[in-house]
Design a protein around this ligand. Structure first.
Ligand code: PMP
Length: 285
């Protein structure tokens, strides 16, 4: 069965979907995106992803091509047109096609809209049991990491450094404080308290970040949002990474040193169970 994508008003086979070489997404990375899972063909945390999309579009001054209702319908149609029950759904909006010039095209052109999907590939049980090895690096990205832009060259370079070091991810530090990972948010646990860096312009406001804190609140697990210096990262009992696709992943090695006793910790296991419970209720409707 062929894979179907949505491109600029049409549902077409993935292999037939083409955009112009003059698309500003291609030329400048002038585009924003979202990535969200569908479990049992139901889009998870859709409302929250659409709210973040609205924020990203407004931040880069691209007019939102659709209202939330239309977005929901188009995303669901892509999910329904593809052969997998669990999917990873990607949407991208670029400023559109125009002669190469930095200022925005005037008058504005139609944005390019792509929705595509692939089978949801999540970490295996073995990977969860072992946890991730990560390195730390200086966060040299720009100062608007709260916008979910496709301009991800710095993230790609930093992530490749992790891969070259035999690690799964890289935790980034700005002025000696943890921001996030190349494609995930970071949490630590110390003395039973869950700690996350504050949501500001230096990190992506993760949908999973919010859900983890929502679950912590609902189940009376203590948490704080505050700066995490590198020394505290090294001294933490647990470190987690969160993202929509990887959900919550334990980190067991940072810069070659074990986190806590080097195995996924009890607060991770409790939070992971709460997350799975929440997700399964959702997927069942
Ligand atoms: N930070 C960055 C830089 C990311 O790319 C991602 C994944 N999109 C996240 C955090 C986690 O965000 P979410 O929980 O919304 O997937």
């Amino acid at each position: 069965m062929s894979e179907t994508v949505y491109l600029n008003g049409e549902f077409v086979p993935k292999s037939d979907a083409k955009v112009s070489v003059l698309d500003r997404g291609f030329i400048f990375g002038d585009a924003v995106y979202e990535l969200l899972p569908a479990y049992n063909r139901r889009l998870f945390r859709l409302r929250e992803h659409l709210a973040r999309l609205r924020y990203s579009l407004a931040s880069v001054r691209i007019a939102n091509p659709y209202d939330d209702e239309r977005w929901s319908e188009l995303l669901q149609r892509v999910v329904d047109a593809n052969p997998w029950d669990d999917q990873s759904v990607y949407l991208q909006v670029t400023r559109g096609v125009a002669p190469r010039d930095q200022p925005f095209p005037s008058p504005p052109v139609e944005p390019t809209v792509l929705i595509m999907s692939s089978p949801l590939r999540q970490p295996t049980e073995a990977q969860r049991a072992e946890g991730y090895k990560v390195i730390t690096r200086e966060d040299y990205r720009w100062l608007r990491c709260d916008i979910k832009t496709t301009s991800l060259i710095a993230n790609c370079l930093l992530r490749q450094e992790a891969v070259d070091a035999g690690c799964a991810e890289v935790i980034l530090l700005r002025d000696g404080k943890v921001t996030e990972a190349s494609s995930a948010n970071v949490f630590i646990v110390k003395d039973g308290i869950i700690v996350a860096p504050p949501k500001d312009h230096l990190i992506l406001p993760g949908i999973t970040y919010d859900l983890v804190l929502e679950l912590a609140k609902a189940h009376e697990l203590p948490f704080e949002m505050r700066d995490i210096p590198l020394t505290e990262l090294y001294a933490s009992d647990e470190v987690w990474l969160t993202s929509s696709i990887r959900e919550i992943m334990p980190v067991t090695v940072v810069d070659g040193m074990p986190v806590g006793n080097g195995a996924p910790g009890p607060v991770y296991r409790a939070m992971y169970a709460l997350y799975q419970d929440y997700k399964e209720k959702y997927a069942r409707g």
